[in-house]
Ligand binder design. Structure first.
Ligand code: C2E
Ligand code: CA
Ligand code: CA
Length: 734
């Protein structure tokens, strides 16, 4: 197992040059994903037009007449698979521009404009006499090439100062963007038109046709003298084509007809004459035993994902793909996972069909399975197809064996794909946390929700699901971290901290919860949910015998302080749970609280007037002057980790804390020190005159019951030691 994992990873790293995992290729794969609705629609239309269920075709004929296949489903096909290259070109170009704009926020390019240029560049490469013949799936390879190169060229040309046409058109950003890239767009299009003309002049063919010929050229198969090697070469080339977005089956269609269909005909003729059939490798053999679920034997890939994958996205994709996949329609998994241009699946996508061709050949050659002589409908599901084609259960058994073999080859690659996806996801999570902890916001005033990268995508998913979680309460809860008076060992209060355990992503860090709630503008709702939970828990603790002056502090975000009715809501919540005012405290961060011009100071004053203690959180992090403390309704000051963590080693931190203590004594402000993690810190802080601590030295944040048990135990021990009772958050002694 470990050995196979090592081999798979080595294979992957050998076959994956840097460009394959470059942002460009990622943009291409994301471009496929943008077209997923069309791919699913196309696959369903093909399925509905070809469903091989008994009676279905007759019923459709009866209901909609002899032309039913040209009806609704044909139209859906025409609008999806029939023109699939066009949205793919747009999707790829769009994603490339998003990457560019993320990297160059000061010189963004309009994605719509770039998509237009990429589309035009693709169109000029099409053969004018048969344009529609090359805009479907079969045009994809040139579509990808054209979209990437045209967009890259455009992005390069727009940075050339000499080509810029600066027009300040009444402050309209779109107009000045359009003019700035006018010449670049024009040039890009002419370059592509020149390439198209060049191809025609040199080869007498359009780019699309020339590429097709180029692929067919080395695979004339004349070099192979037996059908097995021809079959293996054919299967290999078909899958290489598919992997790069060339419709392998279509490209090699002339060969399929000339060689493998001819082999089927030769077998039929021999059979009619009572002779043994001369060929084992025929089109029917490949269709029945190799192309199960479509190219790449993708039904095995779906099975491997459903068996081994823990990635939510892959599993969902596999579930959507399984119904069409059973009928050999595999575009959803090819473009949705994706398999095409995905280096992780290159090896099994090529290997599985090759191995199955060989196994099937040998099974028939050695007489285990009769030669398939009947060609069932192409949508006939595996197992049934083997039975019909060979008129023997052995045909089904060989299919089952092949399915198991193919699935087992795919399995380690599915695990590798899972691991790579989870690494990417973890990187995005880490980045999101960094952004959430940072105060910087984007031009729209949001921290993360409007980002165009993976971090933004993750933030949007989380924000959407957090809104749902707030309604259902699922996965959302509070933890409480005790505040301990170091002199008596008594627990004097607790800070309520929001927690969210996402069903897929696991625990979401509190700063991320807050950042996405602020960005998504539902922070007030979340804040009230937290307040309500904390009050309900405080009431339970009261019933369990916790002292009346034990204070639960709730954090408030800056945005909540814009709500004039907040003090009233806090008071209502207090009354609803029959709490007394000292049981609830409010924490706001320094930067928010100490802004003398801000409107929300009015709200803080009102909360203070109601009697709720106001704590200034993270003191020492911001840049406010200590003097401001004089003008604000501050009851408690929480010294931040930047000062408390290195108080034992930094003279500066020690001096700053000494100054804060002095000032707080004068202003009758209580002090709590955060991030207290060891005894030396406590000794030092005690000497400086700070006595109430919060930190891992005493306890990490705990669930409600754990917090209550901790407080009762600590307080009972303090009583037993005979310590005199001290008021919570008592100001430092003179
Ligand atoms: P905060 O208010 O400064 O909360 C203290 C944070 O430090 C908590 O992180 C806590 O788990 C952590 N912590 C406490 N003691 C120690 C220690 O000794 N060592 C270390 N390494 N960490 C310690 P958490 O829960 O991740 O919360 C992070 C921030 O998220 C909070 O910082 C607060 O600003 C915000 N937050 C949490 N819950 C809420 C909430 O309900 N509403 C609002 N608006 N903000 C909240
Ligand atoms: Ca806090
Ligand atoms: Ca803090």
């Amino acid at each position: 197992m470990a050995q196979s994992r090592g081999l798979v990873e080595r294979l992957y790293s050998w076959l994956t040059p840097a460009w394959v995992v470059s942002p460009t290729m990622q943009a291409v794969r994301n471009g496929f994903l943008l077209c997923l609705p069309l791919v699913v629609a196309g696959a369903l239309a093909v399925l509905c037009n070809n469903l091989p269920l008994p009676g279905y075709q007759d019923a459709m004929l009866y209901l909609f007449g002899p032309n039913w296949r040209q009806g609704l489903f044909a139209l859906v096909w025409q609008g999806s698979f029939g023109v699939l290259s066009l949205p793919m070109v747009i999707g790829i170009s769009y994603n490339l521009v998003l990457v560019h704009n993320q990297e160059n926020p000061l010189a963004p390019i309009s994605p719509a404009m770039a998509c237009g240029v990429a589309l035009a560049a693709f169109m000029v490469l099409l053969p004018p006499e048969d344009m529609l013949g090359y805009v479907g799936v079969q045009g994809l390879f040139v579509g990808i090439l054209a979209s990437v190169t045209a967009t890259r060229l455009l992005l390069r040309l727009v940075t050339v100062k000499a080509l810029e046409m600066q027009i300040y058109s009444e402050g309209s950003a779109s107009a000045s963007q359009a003019f700035a890239s006018l010449v670049a767009g024009l040039l890009t299009l002419f370059v592509f038109a020149a390439i198209g003309i060049g191809f025609r002049a040199s080869f007498g063919l359009s780019v699309q046709e020339a590429i097709r010929e180029l692929v067919l050229f080395p695979v004339r198969f004349e070099f192979f003298h037996d059908m097995l090697s021809t079959g293996i070469a054919y299967v290999f080339v078909t899958h290489v084509c598919w992997f790069f977005g060339l419709h392998g089956t279509n490209v090699l269609d002339p060969l399929t007809r000339d060689i493998f269909e001819a082999a089927t005909q030769a077998n039929l003729l021999a059979q009619a004459q009572g002779l043994p059939p001369p060929h084992i490798v025929t089109k029917t053999l490949l269709d029945i035993f190799v192309f199960m679920g479509g190219a790449g034997t993708s039904i095995c890939l779906l099975a491997a994902i459903l068996i081994a994958s823990h990635n939510h996205g892959s599993c969902r994709m596999a579930k959507i793909s399984i119904a069409p996949g059973l009928f050999n329609i595999n575009e959803i998994v090819l473009f949705g996972l994706p398999v095409i241009l995905n280096p992780v699946f290159l090896v099994p996508f090529l290997l599985v069909p090759l191995v199955l061709t060989l196994v099937s050949f040998l099974a028939i050659r050695w007489g285990f399975v009769p030669l398939p002589t009947v060609a069932p409908d192409w949508t006939t599901p595996p197992i049934l197809g083997g039975l019909l084609a060979t008129q023997s259960v052995a045909g089904s058994l060989l299919q089952a064996f092949n399915l198991a073999l193919g699935t087992s080859i795919y399995l380690p690659f599915v695990r590798l794909s899972d691991r790579l996806k989870s690494e990417r996801q973890n990187a995005a999570k880490q980045k999101l946390l960094e952004i959430a902890c940072n105060n910087a916001v984007g031009p729209s005033g949001k921290k993360c929700l409007d980002r165009d990268d993976e971090v933004g995508a993750l933030a949007r998913i989380l924000a959407h699901e957090l809104e749902i979680a707030m309604k259902t309460g699922e996965g959302l809860f509070l933890e409480y971290q005790p505040l301990v008076d170091g002199r008596s060992g008594r627990v004097v209060g607790a800070e309520a901290l929001v927690r969210w355990k996402h069903p897929v992503f696991g625990p979401v860090p509190a700063p991320v919860i807050i950042a996405i709630s602020e960005d998504g503008e539902f922070i007030r709702t979340l804040g009230l949910w937290v307040l309500n939970e904390a009050c309900a828990e405080r009431a339970r603790w009261h019933d369990e015998g916790l002292a009346a002056d034990f204070k639960t502090s709730v954090n408030l975000s800056a945005r909540q302080l814009d709500d004039e009715s907040l003090p009233e809501k806090v008071a209502q919540c207090r009354d609803y749970y029959h709490l007394s005012t000292p049981m609830i405290g409010i924490e706001v961060t320094e930067s928010v609280a100490l802004d003398p011009d801000a409107l929300h100071n009015q709200v803080l004053n009102s909360l203070h007037d109601h009697g709720f203690a106001i704590s200034i959180d993270d003191f020492g992090m911001g840049h406010s002057s200590l003097v401001y403390l004089k003008y604000f309704p501050v009851d408690v000051l929480k010294i931040d980790k930047v000062l408390s963590k290195d108080v034992t080693s930094s003279k500066i931190s020690e001096e700053v804390i000494t100054t804060i203590v002095k000032l707080c004594r004068a202003l009758k402000i209580k002090i709590v020190v955060e991030f207290v993690e060891n005894q030396e810190q406590i000794d030092c802080l005690h000497a400086l005159g700070c006595h109430v601590y919060q930190g891992y030295f005493f306890s990490p944040p705990l669930r409600g019951d754990g917090m209550l048990a901790y407080a009762l135990r600590m307080n009972a021990a303090a009583d037993a030691r005979g310590y005199a009772y001290m008021a919570p958050h008592e100001p430092p002694a003179e």
